[in-house]
Design a protein. Structure first.
Length: 400
């Protein structure tokens, strides 16, 4: 059987991407709050079996080195091998790479800074700025660990942001010097304070590389998954946090931050920046938005049987050839029995591209010609929905 399907292009949002939804469902505010309490000195921590209390993460305080060791230990406990990138006698970035599927070296970065203010002899708990972002990065590492993605993901924690983005400047400059490919950067800097309870937050972007498209992705995730945040786009965005280091090098990046302009945290850069001032539900929402946006940019890999499979699909096969394709591919479907099915093509957000086609599939191998003409370049999923909710999926790359 040979059918022409999906001749036109339409961007209707008809279905959530089940992998992204499963990621959102796994985000836990209790784990993030537990980590923030430890990182900001509310409770003692064990580092290499020795007890410590992290009272300050200022670059000149010994607590910053302790925090770096604690964060390395957390990544190891989460199943990763973290790397320290030293850029001065005091400065140390922490980097963890989750490999992609091997088809690309273009990375997605989700990041925050772990150093703190104020300096001197004062405590610098820095729970909001930026313990909140740091622990959201840890949570991203936890929930994304076993999820396969096309693009490698880098979980990055920058040092010495408070002295002028020094750690991220060093990293971004090195990436540019090596012609490294970056698909996008999601930077979180202070995402837990909402003093007036209006749920407002900002995404900062600029017309640098694909930064505007990354911001559009954040808004699409916000809308598509019903995250209850009143998000404001700022363009041109501010340059006071680590995302701007990537703009300088011509990479696409955005900053996700609480409404710092009209509802700034009065504890900012003081010893009183503590978890007691968090709006915890608000924090959870901004963390979920950031993590899901990074996961969307990284493109979840769909296996031949999707995570929505309700039962065994032994004997079922869905393949696409050629893949990648410049415009047309042929789907090959093997079924052990005749059935009716629904064919759909989904974008990286899980949105149906055009109307689904009802097809009758005979026993054995069927072939369906699939036209992607008019689709933007990128990753798509061909999905065949069988009876009783069973689903077959195959990922297709559309070349420019």
């Amino acid at each position: 059987m040979l059918l022409a399907a999906f001749i036109g292009y339409a961007g209707g949002a008809h279905a959530q991407h089940p992998v992204i939804q499963s990621v959102l469902d796994e985000v836990r505010i209790d784990s993030m709050m537990h980590w923030v309490n430890e990182l900001s000195g509310e409770v003692p921590v064990l580092i290499g079996g020795t007890g410590h209390t992290l009272l300050s993460r200022h670059k000149n305080n010994a607590g910053n080195d302790l925090a770096q060791a604690w964060l390395m230990q957390k990544f190891v406990e989460l199943g990763y091998t973290p790397v320290v990138q030293s850029f001065s006698t005091t400065g140390k970035n922490i980097l963890v790479t989750k490999p992609g599927d091997g088809s690309t070296e273009e990375v997605v970065i989700i990041c925050a800074h772990y150093d703190a203010m104020p300096g001197g002899n004062l405590d610098a708990p820095a729970a909001d700025d930026d313990g909140s972002g740091v622990c959201a990065v840890l949570e991203a590492a936890r929930v994304l660990r076993d999820v396969p993605f096309v693009h490698p993901i880098i979980f990055a924690l920058w040092d010495e942001e408070e002295q002028g983005k020094i750690g991220s400047i060093f990293y971004a400059g090195g990436m540019a010097a090596n012609d490294a490919l970056i698909r996008g950067v999601i930077n979180m800097d202070a995402i837990a304070y909402d003093g007036n309870g209006d749920r407002k937050a900002r995404v900062h972007t600029r017309p640098v590389a694909n930064s505007l498209e990354i911001a559009d992705t954040v808004f699409a995730v916000l809308d598509h998954y019903g995250i209850d945040i009143d998000l404001i786009m700022t363009n041109p965005g501010a340059t006071y946090s680590d995302h701007a280091s990537f703009w300088t090098e011509g990479y696409g990046a955005v900053l996700i931050i609480e409404e710092f302009t009209s509802d700034g945290n009065p504890q900012y850069h003081t010893p009183s920046d503590r978890v007691q001032y968090f709006d915890v539900p608000y924090y959870e929402k901004l963390a979920r938005l950031s993590i899901a946006s990074a996961a969307t940019l990284a493109e979840p890999v769909w296996t031949e049987t999707s995570i929505r499979d309700d039962g065994s699909l032994s004997g079922f096969t869905l393949l696409a050839f050629p893949n990648p394709t410049a415009g047309e591919a042929t789907l090959f479907i093997d079924l052990p029995m005749g059935t009716r099915a629904q064919l759909a093509v989904l974008d990286a957000l899980g949105r149906a591209m055009g109307a689904a086609q009802a097809i009758a599939l005979p026993m054995g191998r069927s072939s369906i010609r699939l036209s992607l003409e008019g689709f933007p370049p990128g990753g798509y999923t061909a999905q065949v929905m069988l009876d009783q909710g069973r689903t077959l999926s195959s990922r297709i790359i559309r070349l420019p």
